[in-house]
Design a protein around this ligand. Structure first.
Ligand code: SAM
Length: 293
């Protein structure tokens, strides 16, 4: 442990820099050694809610002056932060939970500080986004982080329409009072067949991860009032990829069949095109039969 603490301390932490520090999304123990070191080193904390952050930092035995940087004052607060950076202070930016700038204040502060010529130094840590994705499974490869959808139904439907054909999985954040409505909207916009992961209360006492199809989502949520409580990440499978038309590789197969057996032609065509070997075999068989006739 001492060696690890030394590693956290061993890095250079320049003065006159903004440190973006991730804090836990539930379990207070989910904080990194470097985060604790930098929070201890910082002259000031730029916090989304200074009282929340003071309470959290007290759990780690840290007390620091703070500046409120929230959704409604981010630009003006950035000016104050920059003044402190000019005085050579190290400022740590934290949000109420997880990683600043991920559906949380922080991004405008980052822009302003970088534009003013000061370094912005990120410290990795908890985020509901990566925590949910880490337990999603292999059906999620590429993903698009959407965050919170619009609350008005028309706007939300238009947003979802724009994502409906994307092959990448979609990741949403949602609050308990809108979870049922949002899952229904997802079914309406994306159909019922796709996989859905409902990740609730991650890292907390009532954590649950439930995988089902989108069509099954509303019924599962309705099955127990507790399933609608807490904080949610929804991960939805991407749009199914369009299969190649049956005859997409006929010209290639016909050429290969002049020299090769049906199975060799199908194998080679599969290697060349990336299409399914079984589908190409069936097609090659058909082509060779019709050539014989
Ligand atoms: N910056 C945070 C992050 O890095 O994840 C997100 C902040 S955003 C204002 C809050 C939303 O994140 C919640 O409404 C919920 O959708 C999601 N969230 C945060 N903590 C969570 C948890 N423990 N379990 C599931 N979702 C969570």
């Amino acid at each position: 442990m001492t060696q690890l603490t030394d590693l956290a301390q061993g890095q250079h932490y320049p003065a006159g820099a903004l440190y973006i520090v991730a804090t836990p999304i539930g379990n207070v123990a989910d904080i990194t050694l470097r985060a604790l070191h930098v929070l201890g080193l910082a002259d000031r904390i730029a916090a989304e809610d200074t009282r929340n952050t003071a309470q959290l930092l007290a759990r780690y035995g840290i007390a620091k002056p703070s500046i409120a940087v929230h959704e409604h004052n981010e630009r003006s607060a950035a000016e104050r932060v920059i003044e402190h950076l000019r005085n050579g202070e190290r400022i740590a930016c934290v949000s109420d939970a997880g990683t600043p700038g991920i559906s949380d204040p922080g991004a405008k502060l980052v822009d302003a500080v970088r534009d003013a010529g000061f370094p912005v130094i990120p410290l990795p840590g908890a985020s509901a986004l990566t925590t949910a994705l880490s337990a999603a499974g292999a059906w999620v490869q590429a993903f698009t982080f959407v965050g919170f959808l619009a609350t008005k139904s028309k706007q939300r439907a238009a947003q979802l329409q724009a994502y409906a054909k994307q092959p990448a999985a979609l990741v949403f954040y949602e609050a308990p009072h809108r979870i049922v409505e949002t899952v229904r909207a997802l079914v309406d916009a994306l159909g019922g067949d796709r996989q859905l992961l409902i990740a609730r209360e991650l890292t907390k006492l009532h954590e649950s991860l439930h995988r089902c199809t989108l069509a099954e989502g509303p019924t599962w949520l309705a099955g127990d009032a507790n399933r609608q409580r807490g904080e949610f990440v929804l991960v939805v499978e991407g749009a199914p990829q369009q299969e190649d038309a049956d005859d997409a590789h006929d010209a290639l197969l016909a050429m290969l069949l002049e020299e090769l057996s049906v199975s060799s032609a199908a194998r080679l065509a599969a290697t060349l095109t990336g299409a399914s070997r079984n589908a190409l075999y069936a097609r090659a068989l058909l082509l060779s039969k019709s050539a014989e006739e």
